[in-house]
Design a protein around this ligand. Structure first.
Ligand code: ADP
Ligand code: ZN
Ligand code: ZN
Length: 833
């Protein structure tokens, strides 16, 4: 009999693959892409993925695989190739990619902990003896690790048993417990028992139609019958009362019908995977002339990648929908990427309207089992089960597509596409292009403010390119104005004297008047301030002492809501001091304004208005973000103050004023992308205004209103911004002309770090000469107790970067082998943002 070996990928930060021997009983079963259980290290068990099956006998002793978890491959060849590309391009290990690509439900390991599934029926008769014992154990000890269970039961092949119990919803993995089961219910309407028979219903209609006073009830019932497919399906109360479909019905008439027992209400738990049927055929979407031209162009585009540059609210989504429709009709799959999951809510509804339950959403905030379910439905061979349109943030790239035909990357410029930690530090947009290439699929990048790289590629003819310059439905772009804060300060000083001016408001008179007007007209306001907290720094007036973080090289930010000073890098926090610990003075001064402060100021200035704040602190709870967005879009908030979260592609109806509290902050950020990014953020936040009505205004507050970026934003001059920035990038040797690789070295001892960084830089210089810059301290030179040093490499376009990257990684491996340097960590960031 043949002896097989498998090379497996482990979900760990380790080099390459590991070889195991296949017990002969598994000879027929073992396949590439399956999960197998292996022992790694002295006693840990892991689910590993088979990358290769072969007969090459290794010249060292290898362990046997312990069991096979899947009958069919879980990961396909193209996925593997995608992972391998990510690992080599972004300078990490395939195991790192596996660890983020595979939903954790598929990564059962000795340290995973499990408990009884809250929805387990308790039915024991179907369980095997081992399963029964596991259930009993878990009843006594609600949370146990796989290792504990194996130890207690003493069965080597425990993992397949557990895996099967997970699949059958008898037990769950730990993460689920913390995340899941905050069931969301909504009210559904059913026909009352007495009215389910057609005769009774007709009678009722007859009676109601006779009287004018009950006409509204007839309207409700007619709409209900239509939505419920003639009373056969329950209808969400929300759907029935939805006014955006052009058929508003009366809420009080509905209440009467419920009171009379014609309709009954049932609270149903909503699964977050629940879908509706599609209600409209995408063929029926009528595009305007610009949209049609873009659509025709994108369909026929010769290049594999095309950029759609369409101003905010030009109707890009409708163009995407048409493109999706075509691919879906061919039975192929579409991946729709968004920079942030918070944006999905609005898009899901728009897509489900056309594609119903062909649309699947992949969310990092979904529970482990929900994610596993989306994964299987992407992979499903059954066309009735299989999702064809997959919507999600960058992690959706890892879904097991079967036949990918189109990838859409919306808001392609957004830096949330970049993953910072952990490795792979990839850019979702660029990875999407590669994934599409693997499938021979087309990629459409869309944005109102394209990234310089994408626009450059379009200019070069590498990407296709089309534009939409007008808002849909003849709506005007908002008027963008600038408030000169220097003048404002002078005016305040004139009017109120010096003291008042320095402690004065951070909102100009100009903007205040507009907010006032908007509130009077029952319109909404968005204010953007890119710093959170109340004040950014506290300083002693007498000795200039400033509280700093113990672990990081930054000053602490004052958070009034919690009464603390906090570090935004590591979370360290202390109570606010009442006097200076250095000199005892009580003159502590606050400088710099954060979102909390803006929120408070506005609440004082407009006591009647409902003011809310949207930043990292106010959206910590699981669905807080969604709640805030809902409240705002349903008019329960008048003024929304927030960080860059409010700039993203949200579609609100009643926003007529947008204010940027401190535009200079964005522009002066020390990074080669800061002008580009400031232009994008300012234009994007402006784009939230006036999406459904004219006369909207945007105010940029600045001490430097003549600044090039501000002038270009006011004129909507993307091209001008592009041309000047592009030229600077060329001259100063930045992307898109050069590729950057940033290496950050970390160590707790500054001297060790400096020595290692110098050594590493010397090695790099010997190989890459003047492409190497640094080492230097980054802007924040110590984080969480580790000192940082940074080396940047720049490579010209045609240079063999792939080889350079391998060499850089090998040199880093050599470095940690040297005496005393084993704990120096190296972080590679390719194409840093
Ligand atoms: P963008 O994504 O370009 O900012 P949207 O796709 O959100 O713009 O479109 C803006 C608004 O115009 C949306 O409310 C959308 O429903 C509407 N709209 C755009 N195109 C059409 C169309 N062809 N038919 C009907 N409504 C449209
Ligand atoms: Zn002091
Ligand atoms: Zn800190």
């Amino acid at each position: 009999m043949t002896t097989y070996f498998v090379d497996v990928i482990l979900p760990l930060h380790i080099h390459g693959t590991y070889t195991y021997r296949v017990p002969q009983e598994y000879n027929d079963a073992v396949k590439v892409g399956q999960r197998v259980v292996v022992q790694f290290g002295p006693k840990r068990l892991y689910s590993a993925l088979v990358r290769r099956v072969h007969e090459e006998v290794p010249h060292y002793r290898v362990k046997y695989i312990l069991s096979i978890l899947d009958a069919e491959p879980l990961v396909g060849e193209r996925q593997f190739r995608f992972w391998e590309w990510l690992a080599s391009y972004y300078m990490c290990y395939v195991g790192d990619v596996m660890a983020i690509a595979l939903p954790s439900a598929f990564r059962l390991a000795s340290e995973s902990s499990v408990s009884i599934h809250p929805e387990f029926t308790g039915e024991l008769s179907d369980l095997t003896d081992n399963e029964l014992r596991i259930v009993q154990l878990l009843t006594e000890h609600p949370v146990m690790t796989v290792e504990d269970i194996s130890r207690a039961i003493g069965v080597q092949k425990m993992m397949p048993v557990l895996n099967s119990m997970i699949e059958r919803n008898i037990i769950v993995m730990d993460e689920d417990l913390r995340q899941r089961f905050v069931p969301r219910t909504s009210a559904y309407l059913l026909l009352g028992e007495d009215y389910r028979e057609e005769g009774r219903l007709r009678e009722l209609f007859d009676t109601l139609e006779k009287k004018k006073s009950t006409q509204k009830q007839v309207d409700v019932l007619l709409k209900y019958m239509q939505l419920s497919q003639m009373g056969t399906q329950p209808v969400a109360r929300r759907t029935l009362l939805d006014t955006t479909d052009g058929h508003p019905v009366s809420e009080s008439a509905l209440r009467t019908l419920v009171r009379n027992g014609v309709l009954t209400i049932e609270e149903r738990v909503e699964s977050r995977l629940d879908h509706g049927q599609s209600t409209t055929n995408a063929d029926s979407i009528e595009l305007n002339e610009e949209q049609q031209a873009a659509y025709d162009y994108l369909r026929g585009c010769k290049q594999a990648v095309a950029l759609l540059h369409g101003v905010t609210s030009s109707g890009k989504t409708e163009v995407y929908t048409k493109l999706i429709n075509e691919v879906v009709k061919e039975g192929r799959q579409v991946l729709f990427l968004l920079p942030e999951i918070a944006l999905t809510a609005q898009i899901i509804n728009r897509l489900r309207k056309y594609f119903g339950d062909l649309v699947g959403v992949y969310h990092s905030r979904f529970s482990v089992s929900q994610r596993a379910e989306v994964w299987s439905r992407t992979q499903s061979a059954d066309p009735n089960q299989r999702y064809q349109v997959l919507l999600g943030a960058r992690s959706a790239l890892f879904l097991p597509f079967q036949d990918l035909g189109l990838v859409i990357v919306d808001e392609e410029h957004d830096n949330s596409y970049k993953q910072y930690d952990p490795a792979p530090r990839y850019n979702g947009r660029d990875a999407a292009i590669y994934l599409a290439h693997l499938w021979g699929a087309r990629t459409v990048l869309g944005s109102a403010t394209p990234s310089l790289e994408s626009y450059y590629n379009a200019q070069q003819g590498k990407y296709g390119f089309c534009e939409m310059k007008r808002r849909y439905g003849g709506l005007k772009m908002p008027e963008v104005l600038c408030a000169d804060m220097k003048e404002e300060a002078k005016r305040l000083r004139r009017e109120r004297g010096d003291r008042a001016a320095s402690g004065g408001t951070h909102i100009s008179q100009f903007l205040l008047e507009q907010i006032d007007l908007a509130l009077k007209n029952h319109e909404q306001v968005i204010l953007f301030q890119n710093r959170r907290g109340f004040s950014l720094r506290i300083e002693c007036d007498d000795c200039h002492w400033t509280p700093r973080c113990q672990h990081c090289d930054v000053s602490l930010v004052y958070h009034k809501a919690t009464g603390t000073l906090r570090c935004h890098y590591c979370g360290y926090s202390i109570p606010v001091p009442t006097e200076c610990p250095a000199c005892g003075s009580t003159h502590l001064r606050m400088t710099g304004v954060g979102t909390e402060r803006v929120e408070e100021d506005l609440q004082i200035l407009f006591p009647e208005a409902r003011v809310a704040r949207m930043d990292l602190d106010s959206t910590m709870g699981k669905y807080k973000y969604e709640e805030l967005l809902n409240d705002f879009s349903e008019g329960r908030i008048d003024i929304l103050v927030g960080t860059q979260m409010v700039t993203k592609g949200l579609d609100f109806e009643r926003v007529s004023v947008v204010g940027v509290v401190n535009a200079d902050n964005l522009i002066n950020y020390p990074n080669f992308r800061s002008y580009e990014r400031a232009y994008q953020q300012l234009t994007q936040v402006s784009g939230r205004a006036g999406r459904h009505g004219g006369g909207a205004k945007v105010f940029l507050q600045s001490y430097n209103p003549q600044h090039e970026v501000i002038e270009r934003v006011m004129k909507g001059d993307y091209r001008g911004m592009y041309l000047t920035q592009n030229e600077e990038r060329r001259v100063f040797r930045y992307p898109p002309y050069y590729r950057l690789v940033e290496v950050t070295l970390k160590h707790s001892d500054e001297a060790v770090l400096n020595a290692a960084a110098d050594w590493y830089a010397t090695q790099l210089r010997s190989a890459f000469g003047n492409r190497v810059m640094g080492p230097e301290y980054p802007l924040v030179s110590r984080v969480r107790g580790l000192y940082l040093k940074r080396i940047t490499l720049r490579f010209g376009k045609g240079e063999p970067v792939g080889e350079a990257k391998s060499l850089m990684m090998r040199m880093a491996d050599d470095m940690v082998k040297l005496e005393g340097w084993s704990r120096v960590t190296t972080v590679f960031d390719v194409d840093p943002m």
